[in-house]
Ligand binder design. Sequence first.
Ligand SMILES: C[S@@+](CC[C@H](N)C(=O)[O-])C[C@H]1O[C@@H](n2cnc3c(N)ncnc32)[C@H](O)[C@@H]1O
Length: 235
Amino acid sequence: MKQSARAGLRQSRMKPKRETICRMFGEIAPRYDLLNRLLTLDNDRAWRREAAALVPPARSRIVLDVGAGSGEHPDTSRLLAADFSESMLQRAQWKQANSSRVRLVRCDAMQLPWRTGQFDGVMAAFAIRNFVDLQAGLQEMARVLRPGGWILVLEMCGGGASWPVELFRRHFVPVIGGILTGRGDAYRYLAQSTAEFLSPQQLTTMLETVGFEQLQWKVLKWGIATAITGIRAEK
Ligand SMILES: C[S@@+](CC[C@H](N)C(=O)[O-])C[C@H]1O[C@@H](n2cnc3c(N)ncnc32)[C@H](O)[C@@H]1O
């Protein structure tokens, strides 16, 4: 790992900078999927399926996945996968091989390169917690979504996990993450950023302020992940 990325995470016990986050995800990209499987005991795929089932079927609709990472998306016919980490997108590219249903776009969630109201659905899985400006990122997601379109956020919200989960996250995740990626600090950041993140109630309120309505949330197995859904208000 480059010294500057480590220093960036150390320096900011609060919120790391955009470049630090981007570099950090770039560095863990090769083993990101493996760690997801191991650290969730293979539950992350079930959470994704459960969350995807909460929104209308996305077939023949255009869906945007923000902070798409290594490409663990639901099965849709037309999906644009946006991420600012080149390494994550390369990994997604490698996984999808010749599939033409997903288009990968390198961009920042704070400035999405699409026109207003273009998508039928917009989603973000385990991504918004890392936004340097959460409000701006959510506003962008609302902007590119057509009125009446749906949003799906799958996230590790603050305050929801039971104590064994919290213990596991704080003490075991950085050790396992450190051994397998050499980036224990990145996995310490995971625990810290989750503990400091908004509760589902607070996140829902913020989504309301940027233009979503009919918001609902569902805490998934073990209270680790929460799925939040809503609809873009008509005006
Ligand atoms: C924890 S990973 C989640 C990846 C994927 N959505 C998943 O469910 O496995 C978070 C992703 O969000 C991306 N990300 C964080 N902040 C971003 C931003 N401002 N713009 C674009 N991508 C961002 C990171 O590069 C990383 O790939």
